[in-house]
Write a protein that binds this ligand. Structure first.
Ligand code: IVH
Length: 716
């Protein structure tokens, strides 16, 4: 008789190592891209459930093929690298992530692992804190002698961004610790977030003024905190709640619960929803309590965090990779509902990509009325076999656009509706043919694109929206809504029209006759347009809407070509098939074949060239300052540390970069110059230990102004 199979034998891999390696590579890229959208752009493209599914698939494959774990594996990275706009802050105690449990069995596994690790038998009671997992972004607040000295974002967990000035604007963050008994050095950690009401008010106000809106409260919190101008942060309704700590000079409690009470005594908001429970049996009930309260909380939580209460046990358990063994997040299931697909509509994006959208019978999902769900692309519709008239399960995870999970086949009407026929022409009045193509990024998404480009009114309007957007021409008072109205009225059909309009009295009169446009608003709009008639080259290039030319690439091109005339001449040559022009572009930093091809295709189109020429005629385009190569600091790596007296950090950084230097956040052997101001500490010591060139702010200014570098003999 055959031996019964063990569980692991029945779970034989159903995928070959080669296929697994390829999938892991794809997942690493896809997750990195999603992280970039989420952490840097603050515009997620996936809902939490879909993102978690990617991470789980990655973890699953890595567990089955440990020798295929990649150096760039998403499982070894937390969050995202900090942005270059803020000084880097090294976290002495890394800011880590939490493992997720999605059901009771996974919570039981977590508890069993703790018992195994600590060699505790079942009779030994375990106490846990149960805390809300507020969905915002984590921050580290460093207090020395009770005073706030630094505030930073998590960044990638090891290096975050210095956002001290911004964090100081939050009423929930004490400048000085209250009460007594705090350690001389303590780093308090917690979550910066925005409540629902404040979030809606903020978006409504932004819509009215043509400002930036955010997809969800988390992104709004992140975007608001990471503002270069702290006055903007101050005006945003940010909150902070404390739940953990980093470096401390002395312990301040024997349990998580006690530590939370201390944090409250010292002036922090600590969630009143948290509780301490004895015994793991109580966890499930706590989870339900939070699930019940969730719709009424007024802020987003995406789960509950269980933390083993005893801190000595937390220390013994320590970390597995980048997650603690003593805590876990029990995530909420995404919110789902059943509804009818009344229609499938095709929307056209700026680059002509056709996106099908399901028009649903309105349905309340977790407190929000949903009427549309994205269907992504033709393949997705075919794969899920979604038909008009079907009943579907839709899902939203507090986030982004709702998705269709599946069709309820039992509820399909009879006779059956026909499968959805994806159109082969653009839904615009021109009905231009649609081509099918595989997009870049290698993710294998199949997209249908309208070939009409600027002849397609839908694409034109999308392009105009990009043109006036914040990172492009940023025209105040000319938001998407106004633009769409002007477009429909025939007042603005191409970017140059915006500038023509501002000087055309007859057109302004027509506008004034329109509802909602009084004399003052017209005058303000005209002033806002005139203010942008002079524009930086990088913004001009970005605003053209060449595929693959995002904000960063636009800056590279601007620096590389220097002036609009040189840029446009080069693009002309490129479009004419000039190999040298292609090579010149290809040689620029981070410019690849995709950009060269996209630029060639763009400028080869007569209608694009006409539009660019029309626009150019309306503007004064400022030359970009090329990074200098003939200054005393060109090519050098500079670190600024301590307080600066005449320059702000941003100015110092910009100045150094203008002079061709690179600015780094930490000192290493690669550093050439350390500019140390009063209060410089460890970085200065490190610089001295490494024998690097150290100078004062004054000396730096002399050097920057073209003077001679101080002689090393004068340095101490
Ligand atoms: S504890 C070492 N407690 O969730 C563990 N995190 O996935 C540190 N979060 O980065 C985290 N509420 O941004 C902890 N009550 C809570 C939390 C919480 C929200 C966030 C935090 C963290 C992420 C981990």
């Amino acid at each position: 008789m055959a031996e019964p199979q063990t569980a692991s034998e029945t779970e034989a891999p159903d995928i070959s190592p080669l296929a697994a390696a390829a999938e892991l590579e794809r997942l690493a890229r896809e997750i990195a891209e999603q992280d970039r959208l989420y952490y840097i752009q603050d515009t997620p493209a996936l809902d939490d459930a879909a993102y978690d599914a990617l991470k789980r698939r990655n973890a699953d494959l890595e567990a089955r093929f440990p020798n295929l774990v990649r150096p760039d594996s998403p499982s070894t990275r937390v969050g995202f690298q900090p942005s270059a706009s803020f000084a880097a802050v090294h976290h002495g105690v890394p800011m880590l992530s939490l493992d997720n449990a999605f059901n009771a069995a996974e919570v039981a596994d977590f508890v069993a692992r703790i018992r195994r690790f600590l060699k505790l038998d079942l009779g030994e009671p375990l106490a846990f804190t149960v805390e809300p997992k507020i969905d915002g972004l984590s921050a580290n607040l460093r207090y020395e002698h009770g005073r706030l000295v630094q505030g930073a974002t998590r960044g990638d967990g090891r290096t975050g961004e210095d956002v001290t000035v911004n964090l100081r604007t939050l009423a929930d963050i004490p400048e000085r610790l209250q009460g007594t008994g705090w350690p001389e050095l303590i780093e308090v950690r917690g979550e910066v977030y925005i409540g629902h009401d404040a979030f809606s008010a903020m978006n409504t106000a932004a819509k009215a003024t043509g400002g930036r809106t955010y997809a969800n409260p988390r992104n709004a919190a992140s975007g608001s905190l990471r503002q270069i101008d702290a006055a903007i942060t101050a005006a945003r309704p940010l909150r902070f709640f404390a739940y953990a700590w980093g470096e401390t000079s002395a312990p301040f409690g024997a349990s998580q619960w006690e530590a939370l009470q201390r944090l409250r005594d010292w002036g922090f908001q600590v969630s009143g929803l948290s509780e301490r429970v004895e015994g793991e049996a109580a966890l499930e009930g706590q989870y339900r309590r939070f699930e019940d309260q969730r719709p009424r909380l007024g802020f987003d939580i995406d789960g509950v965090v269980y933390k083993l209460d005893r801190l000595d046990w937390q220390v013994r358990l320590g970390f597995a990779g980048r997650i603690p063994r003593w805590a876990i997040a029990h995530k909420f299931a995404p919110e789902q509902a059943r509804t009818l697909v009344n229609d499938i509509e095709i929307q056209v994006g700026r680059t002509g990509a056709l996106t099908p959208v399901a028009k649903l019978a309105p349905i309340n999902v977790g407190g929000v009325v949903v009427q549309n769900a994205t269907l992504h692309n033709a393949d997705e519709i075919a794969r899920k076999d979604i038909r008009v008239g079907d009943t579907v399960i839709i899902q939203r995870a507090g986030d982004v656009i709702p998705q269709v999970v599946e069709v309820v086949l039992d509820a399909r009407p009879s006779p059956e509706p026909p499968p959805f026929a994806f159109p082969d022409t653009c839904p615009c009045p021109l009905q231009t043919p649609v081509t099918r193509e595989t997009t870049s990024g290698g993710v294998g998404t199949v997209v249908r694109r309208c070939t009409g480009e600027m002849a397609c009114p839908f694409q034109r309007l999308e392009h105009l929206k990009l043109f006036v957007s914040r990172k492009a021409f940023d025209i105040e008072g000319l938001g998407e809504r106004q633009l769409a109205a002007f477009y429909d009225d025939g007042l603005v059909r191409e970017p140059a029209d915006i500038f023509r309009l501002a000087r055309n009295e007859a057109v302004l009169q027509v506008m004034q006759a329109r509802e909602g446009y009084g004399e003052t608003s017209i005058r303000n709009l005209v002033a806002a347009i005139e203010a942008r008639r002079t524009i930086a080259l990088a913004r001009f290039i970005f605003a053209l809407g060449v595929r693959h030319v995002g904000e960063t690439t636009a800056v590279t091109l601007a620096r590389g070509y220097g002036s609009a005339t040189i840029f446009l001449a080069a693009m002309d040559q490129l479009a004419a098939g000039d190999a040298a022009a292609a090579e010149e572009l290809d040689a620029m930093d981070q410019v690849g074949e995709a950009v060269v091809e996209a630029a060639r295709a763009y400028f080869a189109e007569e209608h694009n060239r006409t539009r660019v020429a029309n626009l150019f005629a309306q503007l004064t385009i400022e030359d970009a300052e090329a990074p200098k190569s003939d200054t005393a600091v060109a090519g050098k790596t500079v670190v600024f540390t301590g307080a600066l007296e005449t320059l702000t950090r941003d100015e110092a950084k910009a100045q150094a970069e203008r002079l061709g230097a690179k600015v780094a956040g930490s000192v290493s052997k690669k550093t050439d110059i350390v500019v140390a101001g009063p209060g410089a500490g460890s970085k200065l010591k490190q610089a001295q230990a490494l024998g690097l060139q150290v100078m004062s702010e004054g000396e730096w200014l002399t050097l920057a102004a073209g003077g001679f570098p101080p002689s090393p003999s004068r340095l101490t």
